[in-house]
Structures are given as structure tokens and as C-alpha cells.
Design a protein around this ligand. Structure first.
Ligand SMILES: [Cu+2]
Length: 159
């Protein structure tokens, strides 16, 4: 982080601002990764589903960065690959792991939130997906917009 900051100080401001996303451009990304999905106010990266055997619900994970100037919340998700797609939060209370539905996940302006195993995640009921394929998901946001994201389908080990 310190190195980045120094670098930014050496460059003209506009160049530094544009350099950051350009450096992460997924031109040579491995085939199983999807590029970032960018909408006016958010950027979604590293989106994937964990497909489990036996038609069990599939957890969906991603990182969402609020690149806008206003606080925002993820208020829902839908996908043709799922019967129902819910926002869930896992919690660990006294060694007991459980999960519950949440109505929204807030992301402050400039902040980001990781949907990850053991935390916030999408729960895809009756999934129809193949490992190695990509499935489309639409995330709805509190400002009335939505963002379309391609999720990579990985196996139970997340590979
Ligand atoms: Cu869940």
C-alpha cells in the first residue's frame, strides 16, 4: 500500500487514477475467471458459485466495491440458474455455525464488501449449473439499478 501511494504521488493525478483499473485489466486472466462487472456505482470481481453434489444449494461469492460517491446496498439477486437466489449471512455463535436470510448488505461509498464462505453469501436453491461453466446473476442495488455479473462455477473445494 505504501509503495502504491508513493507511485501515485510520482504520477500526475489523472494518470494515477486511470492506472489503477488498467493494471487489473483481465486481458490475460485464466479462462476460469471472469472479468470485473462494472456498473455506474459498483464493481464486482471474483464471482463464483460453489456447486455441491446432489443438487444441494450452491453458495455464491464475490467482492463488491462501491465506486460511487453514495452509500449503497445490495438488496437482492436473481439468476436463471437458480430456483431462488437469496442473500444469506453465516454466523458462528458459540461454535454453532448457522445462516440466516438478510434483506440487504450495505456498502459505504468507497468501501467494499466480500461475500465469502462463513460470511455474506448468495444462496442458490435448486441450482442448475455445471462446474467450469459460467452462469449469469443480476444483483439489485438500493439505488434502483442492477448489475449483471458472470459467476464461474467451481467444485466443492472451490476449484
Ligand atoms: Cu446460505
Amino acid at each position: 500500500m505504501k509503495t502504491l501511494l508513493k507511485l501515485a504521488l510520482l504520477l500526475p493525478t489523472t494518470a494515477a487514477v486511470q492506472a489503477a483499473p488498467a493494471a487489473k485489466a483481465p486481458a490475460k486472466a485464466p479462462p476460469v475467471k471472469t472479468g470485473p462487472a462494472i456498473q455506474a456505482s459498483v464493481m464486482v470481481t471474483d464471482a463464483w458459485f460453489r456447486a455441491l453434489p446432489g443438487g444441494l444449494p450452491a453458495g455464491g461469492y464475490f467482492t463488491l466495491k462501491n465506486i460511487g460517491t453514495r452509500d449503497i446496498a445490495v438488496t437482492g439477486a436473481k439468476s436463471d440458474a437458480c430456483g431462488m437466489l437469496m442473500l444469506h449471512q453465516s454466523s458462528d455463535k458459540g461454535g454453532m455455525s448457522s445462516m440466516a436470510m438478510v434483506s440487504k448488505v450495505e456498502v459505504p461509498a468507497g468501501g467494499s464488501v466480500a461475500f465469502a464462505p462463513a460470511g455474506f453469501h448468495l444462496m442458490c436453491d435448486t441450482p442448475k449449473m455445471k462446474i467450469g461453466a459460467k452462469v449469469p446473476v443480476v444483483l439489485t442495488l438500493s439505488d434502483g439499478t442492477s448489475v449483471a455479473v458472470q459467476f464461474v462455477v467451481r467444485n466443492a473445494k472451490g476449484k
